[in-house]
Design a protein around this ligand. Structure first.
Ligand code: MG
Length: 450
């Protein structure tokens, strides 16, 4: 991977600290964002990365220089930054986090006035200001102020506990045994409090938010060995893993088996669509399991391009009952139109409370699919030309061009697209068995590289 490239996308800017993400770049983009906001309140929070304090200083100073009042919520999950931006009716927010990327990365995720990530056109406006260095800096007597807001995580938590869908005393009565792995990230600011409020007997793995990730921070099944073992050792009802900025969640059954991130959303969809009828919005790469469940429960399913803002925007348009991304990103509009691990945890505990069965049995009763994900590092192949060629090769199949190229078969599909956040091409395939999905992935990789 070319670590020297700063990734600039609709998701914000992202790079390796000291290489592509230099102080100058942070000041440039934060100043552009402050100029775009044009004063008023801007919420700033960060995940626990070691570089977070350095980046925070640059971001806060740049925003104050642009005449914005910074509401600093300190260490916080990305959804907490979004929710605070919405609650305070702020002009925008910046979450300082590189999400699931390894420890040497950091990033600015830019949030718009409704607490949702910037849309493509809003993002283009900010990037244009940055490119032309059209910064507006305030004179001494109209610099912004710094306001500390240490209660943001508690307010976020209370929003979840107050949901009609969540029956706190009923969950408390179950006294669930839980092992929680926060990967030393910002989830530690909210998830332990949530489990305490829901009366769980919790064992904590890596719930000190010091930012030295003890494992690959992506909560995918292959990274959850320690959590699986701890879940078995403590004879827990479930294990829970969160990514460093707590917008993604994954579950491990009482048998110590990771259910895979796709089933976080599938479980949440199963619970919500039993109670509420309406639109369900999924991104193009999300499992057919969530789609099948929503359809079985009489809800319509809509697909969008990958990326939280694409799902959130469509959910808002359709007044959706639930939505999300298959990477463990659950979006419940009553809390906020953004992915939220804590909301996903509450919904799954409520589902387990009502079904009264072990998590492995609840999972087994859902439609079973396997997803295989592959990544191709960008080498000599021109990705756009290769993807176009693949589209032509499969022109006899049903093809969805919502995002990259998705080729659909009966009960299976394969999807190839350029990553928004890394210099790679992602290939994702789904089929009823793992072997069939792996074969589809390989077919596309071969076609890409041929
Ligand atoms: Mg994340």
């Amino acid at each position: 991977m070319s670590d020297s490239r700063l990734m600039i996308s609709v998701s914000g800017i992202r790079g390796v600290v000291g290489q592509s993400l230099t102080p100058e770049k942070v000041v440039k983009f934060a100043s552009a964002f402050g100029t775009w906001c044009g004063g008023g309140k801007v919420v700033v929070g960060r995940d626990s990365r070691v570089s977070g304090e350095m980046v925070r200083g640059l971001v806060v100073s740049s925003l104050i220089a642009s005449g914005c009042d910074v509401v600093d919520i300190g260490l916080a999950a990305t959804p907490t930054v979004e929710i605070t931006t919405k609650n305070l009716k702020a002009r925008g927010g910046i979450a300082i986090t590189a999400s699931h990327n390894p420890i040497q990365w950091n990033a600015l995720k830019l949030i718009g006035p409704r607490g949702m990530f910037l849309t493509e056109s809003q993002s283009a406006e900010v990037l244009e200001i940055a490119k032309n260095r059209n910064f507006v800096y305030a004179p001494w007597d109209s610099l912004g102020r710094l306001i500390l807001q240490p209660d943001a995580s508690k307010i976020h938590l209370q929003t979840i506990l107050d949901l009609d869908l969540i029956d706190v005393p009923k969950i408390q009565a179950r006294s669930f045994k839980v092992v929680l792995d926060c990967v030393a990230g910002a989830g530690a600011l909210i998830a332990p409090l949530l489990l305490q409020a829901l009366g769980c007997e919790a064992h904590y793995l890596h719930c000190e938010p010091h930012g030295i990730f003890p494992r690959n921070p992506e909560p995918s099944a292959e990274n959850l060995k320690e959590l699986s073992e701890a879940t078995l050792k403590h004879q827990a009802d479930l294990g829970i893993a969160i990514d460093p900025d707590a917008d993604r969640v994954a579950f491990v059954s009482e048998k110590g088996i990771p259910l895979g991130e796709e089933y976080s959303l599938a479980l949440a969809v199963a619970f919500v669509t039993k109670r509420k009828k309406g639109a369900v919005v999924l991104n193009a790469s999300t499992s057919l399991a969530s789609e099948d469940i929503a359809l079985q429960n009489g809800c319509d399913v809509f697909r969008t391009r990958v990326g939280e803002i694409n799902v959130s925007t469509r959910m808002q348009e359709l007044d959706a009952v639930i939505g999300g991304e298959g990477n463990g990103g659950v979006i419940l509009p009553e809390v906020h139109l953004g992915r939220d691990a804590a909301t996903g945890i509450a919904l799954v505990l409520q589902l387990m409370t009502e079904q009264g069965k072990p998590l492995s049995e609840i999972h087994q009763a859902l439609p079973q699919y396997s997803i295989v994900k592959d990544r191709i590092e960008l080498g000599k192949t021109d990705p756009d030309a290769a993807i176009e060629r693949i589209q032509a090769d499969f022109s006899k199949n049903r093809i969805d061009l919502t995002d990259g190229v998705k080729i659909l078969f009966d009960r299976s599909w394969v999807h190839i697209r350029k990553s928004n956040t890394e210099p790679i091409v992602r290939v994702i395939a789904e089929a009823p068995t793992r072997d069939a999905a792996a074969a589809l992935c390989k077919k596309l990789r071969d076609a890409f590289e041929s």
